[in-house]
Design a protein around this ligand. Structure first.
Ligand code: WT7
Length: 651
């Protein structure tokens, strides 16, 4: 028998539980499960009152707001009538309150060069950069594209836009000229900020050259600011191109933050949908700023002495919320690193943690799986005892990868916050509060205060603990997207049409008997085997629990008998694939999660195709499994990175 549409079977069993140490909890902001539950219940009883109180206390208001939430589904306005400024909240507020000498950014370039900026120094640079933007005619409401390496100047550029009400659109500095032009044109960007080049594994990536190509097709962009990062020779278009250092030298140091309406757009960030052109996800000033700040403090349990490192690039939402706006609003010391994790060696991250005494480390499962593959010896030669808390974001983390992270990096002492959220949500939605919630490997545990998730089937009915379904949000929250830039129709269609009144996240999830949430993958990726709907992540996690496997992807392939057969793609930690191992993996999955989920096809591959943000591209693998994409002899070791590069402009 098949389940109601939208509902999923679950086959995974995971019973390990890791409570925080009493010592960790005692020093935390939220110290116990009951304290968390009291806070969550209070927020759920009256979300508006909950956020109203926080907004008043946590942000600087030039003009106080008069209405907390105006909800005309699917459009939310938060803190209506108020005026604030995200750049002010991240900088001036700390300086005004006497924290100007505290380190804001510790930066390390890939070649090993370093810079430190205090909050006062960062403020001074942001003021000059904002003045420079004004001198080139940028005004409130104008869109500025940013295509830069992970340098302090990237954060400075973002905060300079925020300061004067210009809307930044950061484009990850790995995208092609075509992708930049598409984003410039959709947003009608007036100016772009870039660098001559960026360091990546010892090579200079020519960013300015790529921007030059993009600007041939970006008629709205009138100016280009160029940071001299690498000392590369660049083509120059006089009148259009300006060196960052020249502008900064000439710019006025005076540039007070503009009081902006709460709902003034702070930024747009393009994210690729599964089909069609990228969506410009629009975020607001006050609601986003508050949400990034509070979720940063709660989830990373922020303490004044922390050295906090989020490895995400500012080209992604994680970099916006948890490199720039969240931690800087909270007055944290943020580490920023420009380059690759394997430059010059595979131990670069552990070397950075040891030298800078990083206390909180936040990275992605794709990186963790690479570390596992590279080998433990890169880790064990470093002293990681400064770490107290670890985080994960971007994909589900397979329980065995979680255990490795816990043992090798966390020394079995650091809680792991597996944070579930999206570009659209602005900030973390579900995650352990590390002093309060015991963790289960592979679960993002519980919703943050003020967040009310539900799991429903296609008719909107809530499903029980034994089944998965669609993850929706039953109440608006301050960090939510305010729409898709220039496309209201698509905004309504994608997020609000299938589950009226509730935000549809596009992921499947399950809530267990303890109220813990388990993300089961994208709705579009579900496998339908003999009438049973199976999640990708459960099959993948079963494979990754085999000692030979580094990484796995599961997809459905059309099958006459079963509807869909289970096809899996596997990369090994080391060694060569062989027939015996293939059989062993099939049996392993069967033993772990049952015959239903047993793979029909096992294909070994040197690497899996990934998006630029590091997510496995199951859609592409589905085509390969169905024979739609010619990949030659599928019984041998293949490297799908070539295929992935053919689709390079997918996010
Ligand atoms: C999608 C959002 C959130 C910032 C980075 C990605 C997947 C994200 C988790 C997690 C399982 C996760 C979901 C989500 N995802 N975090 N902890 N466990 N899945 O932002 O590019 O907008 O992607 O990433 O599928 O919907 P994004």
């Amino acid at each position: 028998m098949s389940e109601p549409a939208g509902q999923l079977d679950t086959v995974m069993q995971e019973s390990r539980l890791f409570p925080p140490s009493a010592e960790f909890s005692a020093q935390s902001r939220i110290k116990s499960l009951s304290e968390y539950e009291a806070l969550w219940n209070k927020a759920a009883a009256d979300p508006s009152a909950f956020w109203e109180e926080l907004a008043k206390n946590e942000l600087h208001w030039f003009t106080p707001f008069t209405e907390t939430l105006r909800w005309n589904e699917p459009y939310a306005e938060w803190f209506v009538g108020g005026k604030t400024n995200a750049s002010y909240n991240c900088l001036d507020k700390h300086v005004a309150e006497g924290r100007g000498d505290q380190t804001a950014i510790i930066w390390e370039g890939e070649p090993g060069d370093q810079k430190k900026l205090t909050y006062a120094e960062l403020l001074a640079k942001v003021c000059k950069c904002a003045s420079a933007l004004k001198s080139l005619g940028i005004q409130q409401g104008d869109v500025v594209s940013i295509y830069m390496p992970m340098t302090p100047e990237l954060a400075i550029a973002m905060l300079a836009c925020a300061r004067i009400g210009a809307i930044h659109s950061v484009i990850f500095a790995g995208f092609s000229a075509e992708a930049i032009a598409e984003r410039n044109n959709d947003a009608k960007a007036k100016l772009i900020i870039t660098a001559d080049a960026s360091w990546r594994r010892g090579k200079a990536l020519p960013l300015k050259h790529t921007v030059d190509e993009a600007l041939k097709k970006s008629p709205t962009v009138k100016h280009c600011i160029v940071l001299d990062r690498v000392n590369e020779a660049v083509h120059w278009t006089p009148g259009r191109d300006h060196w960052w250092h020249d502008l900064m030298r000439q710019a006025s140091a005076e540039c007070p933050a503009t009081p902006l309406d709460s709902e003034a757009p702070l930024f747009i960030l393009y994210t690729s949908g599964s089909t069609g052109k990228p969506k410009g996800i629009k975020h607001s000033t006050a609601g986003y700023n508050l949400y990034a700040k509070k979720t940063f403090e709660w989830v990373f349990d922020h303490r004044a002495e922390d050295i906090y490192w989020c490895t995400a690039d500012c080209g992604w939402i994680t970099g916006h919320s948890y490199v720039v706006y969240g931690p800087l609003s909270a007055g944290a010391t943020v580490l920023m690193y420009e380059g690759a994790p394997n430059a010059p060696q595979e131990d670069r991250f552990w070397d950075i943690i040891e030298r800078h005494k990083v206390t909180v480390f936040y990275t992605a499962p794709t990186a963790i799986r690479a570390f596992i593959k590279w080998g433990d010896h890169h880790v064990t030669k470093h002293d990681l005892s400064s770490l107290r808390l670890l985080g994960s974001v971007g994909e589900g983390i397979n329980p065995e990868a979680w255990m490795w992270y816990h043992r090798l990096i966390g020394g079995e002492r650091c809680p792991i916050v597996d944070t579930w959220w999206q570009t659209e949500t602005g900030g973390i939605m579900m995650s352990p509060l590390p002093g309060a919630i015991a963790t289960k490997p592979g679960s993002c545990t519980k919703p943050l205060p003020g967040i009310i998730p539900q799991i429903v089937d296609a008719s909107g009915k809530e499903v029980d603990a034994h089944h998965g379904g669609w993850l929706v949000m039953a109440h608006p929250w301050p960090g939510m997207l305010r729409g898709i830039w220039g496309d209201d129709e698509r905004y309504r269609e994608v997020y609000w049409s299938k589950t009226p009144g509730k935000y549809l996240a596009g992921d499947n999830a399950r809530r267990d008997a303890d109220g813990y949430y388990w993300i089961m993958g994208r709705i579009d990726d579900v496998l339908n085997v003999s009438g049973h709907r199976l999640s990708t992540i459960e099959i993948e996690s079963a494979l990754v629990s085999h000692p030979a496997v580094a990484e796995a992807a599961a997809v459905g392939r059309p099958d006459d008998l079963k509807g869909e057969a289970v096809a899996v793609f596997v990369t090994l930690k080391s060694g060569q694939p062989n027939e015996a191992l293939r059989k062993e993996l099939v049996q392993h999955v069967r033993k772990q999660i049952g015959a239903l989920a047993q793979p029909d096809d096992v294909r070994f591959t040197g690497s899996l195709p990934k998006t630029r943000s590091g997510k496995i591209m199951r859609r592409l693998l589905r085509d390969i499994a169905a024979g739609k994409e010619s990949v030659g002899d599928t019984t041998t070791l293949e490297d799908y990175s070539v295929l992935a590069s053919l689709r390079q402009d997918e996010e």
